[in-house]
Ligand binder design. Structure first.
Ligand code: TXA
Ligand code: MG
Length: 310
């Protein structure tokens, strides 16, 4: 199939038509680009798995057109509504018991479903016009780096999906925070732009919170093809080493990407995946990543680096 690169404003209506017809479209969100299809259409959902080569054991996130859909797709969980009112639309995904409307394939047969509402204006225009929930995992082939631009989506999925809507670079640059609600407590399954500190104001957080709890979090993930290691005082030798630097270039490396010249973890998150892609394309033997401070979204950045290194 030929993948069409679409631009707003005309592209919005074209993408809505693709999705209404059961097709697959790459859409910008405030975190990373998603590979979207009608969440209530099991055939469309199946085509997401095949385009990504994603194992059927790894469930998808559903994006909602509005908060009202929470009660249609999930069984009543008061804390989910509290979180939704506080953090939606935005980069928080909640895992809750699912209703009968949600296809089995989408949740990999689990009794829970992961839900979020994107704050990206283009994503919102598309989903409001469509008025259907959209299943949308990150728009990369399975196990690869999440895309933060329309060009990245084409690198990953050109010829496998119907369209990509170009919304420019993503604001946060890393995937949403995922929390599971259990007995009035929260368990963080994946760290992201909404931090543990922000969540703690809402409900107690289970100390067992761990990055390895989400089904898709078990394996190495977010990985470049080039081997990546984390080193606090990186050395440029032997040659053909590239550096994924925190805030300055120490010199001597075959290629360097600086995550945040100003030393800001939010800037580092926004630059992370693009920088990893460029280093991966530079023909290096090894990528050495410097740790970043684990404050705020820095914790999510380090989680991604550890997985890339696994
Ligand atoms: O920011 C994001 O969340 C992006 C954008 C496109 O919205 N989406 C995203 O989706 O990162 P994906 O599929 O790449 O990652 C979803 C993660 C996977 O690790 C999956 O295993 C987990 O969410 N997940 C989905 N449903 C789940 C459930 N019912 N219980 C636990 N984990 C679940
Ligand atoms: Mg993903």
């Amino acid at each position: 199939m030929k993948t069409r690169l679409l631009h707003p404003p005309v592209g919005i209506g074209e993408v809505v038509d693709v999705l209404r017809a059961g097709g697959l479209a790459g859409l910008p969100t405030e975190t990373v680009y998603g590979l979207a299809a009608n969440a209530l259409d099991p055939v469309a959902v199946a085509s997401i798995f095949s385009a990504k080569e994603r194992p059927l054991s790894d469930p998808l996130i559903v994006h909602l057109p509005g908060i009202g859909w929470l009660e249609r797709l999930a069984r009543a969980v008061p804390l989910a509504l509290v979180l939704a009112r506080r953090f939606w639309p935005g980069p928080l995904t909640v895992v809750v018991p699912r209703s009968g409307l949600v296809p089995d394939l989408l949740t990999a047969g689990q009794e829970s479903v992961a839900l979020r509402m994107s704050s990206h204006p283009l994503f919102q225009s598309v989903i409001e016009r469509l008025d259907l929930p959209l299943a949308a995992p990150s728009a990369n082939r399975f196990g690869r780096i999440s895309p933060t631009s329309a060009a990245h989506v084409l690198d990953e999925l050109d010829g496998r999906i119907h369209a990509v809507l170009d919304g420019g670079p993503c604001l946060h640059g890393i995937e949403s925070t995922i929390v599971e609600i259990e007995g009035g407590r929260l368990r963080i399954l994946r760290h992201g732009p909404v931090t543990a500190e922000q969540l703690a104001g809402t409900a107690p957080i289970d100390p067992a919170s761990s990055a390895t709890l989400a089904p898709g979090g078990l394996k190495s993930h977010y990985a470049p093809r080039t081997r990546l290691i984390i080193e606090a005082n990186p050395k440029p030798h032997p040659p053909r080493r590239g550096l994924l630097a925190w805030s300055r270039d120490p010199g001597g490396f075959a290629a360097v990407e600086i995550l945040s010249p100003g030393g800001d973890v939010r800037e580092a998150a926004a630059n992370l995946y693009g920088a990893m892609r460029r280093l991966d394309a530079a023909g290096l033997d090894l990528i050495v990543a410097e740790p970043v401070p684990e404050s705020g979204i820095g914790k999510a950045v380090m989680e991604r680096l550890r997985k890339a290194a696994a």
